[in-house]
Design a protein around this ligand. Structure first.
Ligand SMILES: Cc1ncc(COP(=O)(O)O)c(C=O)c1O
Length: 475
């Protein structure tokens, strides 16, 4: 029954079961169909506009029909990014427990800003945040913020950094802004993610504040170059390190980076959007040696934990700086009593979704060993990709230390860049799997990221066959 509000009509008894069962049935059909569904979208822009567009209807519609109409119109235009054969960007799928908890998050519709507006949402963040800090090997007592993704996690960590380095220089940036403030130098590896520069734009420091630090052949920051760059100036400084280069998966040498940076009084922020999850695996953990020495950390649960979007996390080793940068008070709000955590003190949003439930459920569903197994399996499958493609003469450009593989296709005529880009295009059109191109150190490459909990050997082998088919087609 449609809900009518307005002249002469009362709100009618809602029909929950109709739209929710429609959504449930379609969801299960979609999820069960993922293994055989073409991974790329099957509708073009014009078709999607035709299916979804038109004027806003004047009259209400039955909720069940709304759900059915939306799903029918949208589904051809979906990219099956939760498929086991989606290897694009660094996109995880959704584990069953995390996905179901995400549904409940909508049903419960808590505003996760204040403890008083949803105590369970607040406590679940406290608990899941604590589990994660321990899993990542971060120092006891770090603060945590649940944000939309790596971008906002980097922003929030760098906001705390900006506060603290300026506070130490005798400047209150929250009160007085940046006009007249001491200059802040931001030193970041040449291989940093673009969300670092974008965060600096949001923070008023400007992307021009970045002093690029030379990287090695795998994209790792060079500590000697960092030392030189730090010595070339003085005053407040922030060093942005990286755990998991978006192209190669390589890790900055964190212990050395933190040692050099702290010697000069700089704050170290680690962008570990996906790389921080390597800490869950005893085998991979050495890649993160020294991670606990940093001051703030950013990561994503919607990447390797396979929690639905949107789910990023920021941790801070200086909770007072974190709160100083993010905290807010208003006369009409009911702020938490001692020990009650108001979420809005740790993230840039005011009102927001209670995204901690899905993170909590994802962790509970996998357990410590399950997260480790997921990470290790993804890395083993990445190596399988590299080995199988290399055996067929495809050039592998990176050391496959994590879940990222960069491959390059050699054209008979010599234009390897153009050939590689066409292969990337053909692979997506083929629909067996999905991956995108990149440019790594001036060379076009196909970028493969294994981040999905359901990917198995057969997915990799089927994808390798599709890639080779596409490469042969373009010769
Ligand atoms: C290293 C790194 N940092 C930051 C981000 C941005 O994360 P998000 O897309 O969740 O905002 C990404 C995304 O791929 C990333 O790989």
């Amino acid at each position: 029954m449609a809900v009518r509000v307005g002249r002469g009509s009362a709100v009618q008894e809602p029909d929950w079961k109709g739209p929710l069962s429609e959504a449930y049935e379609r969801a299960v059909r979609y999820l069960e169909g993922l293994p055989e569904r073409p991974v790329d979208s099957r509708a073009d822009l014009a078709e999607l506009r035709a299916a979804l567009g038109g004027p806003l209807p004047e009259e209400p519609s039955e909720p069940r029909e709304v759900v059915a109409a939306l799903a029918t119109a949208a589904e051809p235009g979906l990219v099956a990014s939760s498929s086991g054969r989606f290897f694009g960007f660094v996109i995880g799928g959704a584990t069953p427990a995390a996905l179901a908890a995400d549904w409940l998050t909508s049903v419960w519709d808590q505003n996760a800003g204040l403890y008083v507006a949803g105590p369970a949402a607040s406590v679940v963040e406290e608990v899941a945040g604590g589990w994660l800090a321990e899993l990542f090997g971060l120092p006891a007592g770090v603060s945590v913020g649940f944000v939309t993704g790596g971008q906002m996690a980097n922003f929030t960590g760098l906001a705390a950094a900006r506060h603290e380095v300026l506070r130490r220089a005798g400047w209150d940036v929250e009160a007085d802004g940046l006009v007249g403030a001491p200059g802040v130098r931001v030193l970041a590896g040449e291989g940093r993610h673009d969300t670092i520069d974008r965060s600096l734009r949001f923070l008023g420091l400007g992307s021009g504040a970045v002093v690029p630090v030379a990287m090695d052949g795998q994209g790792r920051m060079r500590p000697d170059a960092l030392r030189r760059a730090l010595s070339a100036g003085d005053g407040p400084a922030i060093v942005c390190a990286q755990a998991g280069n978006v192209n190669t998966g390589a890790f900055d040498p964190l212990a050395e980076v933190c040692g050099v940076a702290h010697q000069r009084g700089a704050w170290v922020h680690v962008d570990g959007a996906f790389g921080l999850w390597a800490a869950a695996s005893p085998r991979l953990r050495p890649l993160l040696a020294g991670v606990e020495l940093a001051d703030s950390w950013a990561t994503d649960a919607h990447k390797w934990l396979n929690v639905p979007y949107d789910s990023g996390l920021v941790f801070c080793g200086h909770p007072e700086a974190h709160r100083a940068a993010m905290g807010v008070r208003a006369a009409y709000l009911v702020h938490g009593a001692a020990g009650e955590r108001d979420e809005m003190d740790y993230n840039p949003e005011f009102s927001r979704r209670a995204r901690g439930f899905a993170v909590y459920a994802g962790l509970l569903g996998l357990g410590r060993s399950g997260v480790a197994a997921l990470v290790e399996r993804s890395c083993a499958l990445a190596r399988r990709f590299a080995e199988r493609l290399a055996a067929e003469g495809v050039e592998v450009l990176n050391e496959v230390v994590l879940n990222q593989v960069l491959v390059r296709f050699h054209a008979a005529g010599g234009d390897h860049d153009a050939h590689t880009r066409r292969v990337a295009e053909l692979v997506r059109q083929d629909g067996t799997c999905w991956m995108s191109g990149t440019t790594w150190r001036g060379q076009a490459a196909l970028r493969i990221s294994v981040s999905n909990w359901s990917t198995d050997e057969a997915d990799v082998d089927r994808s390798v066959a599709a890639i080779l088919r596409c490469a042969a087609e373009d010769r």
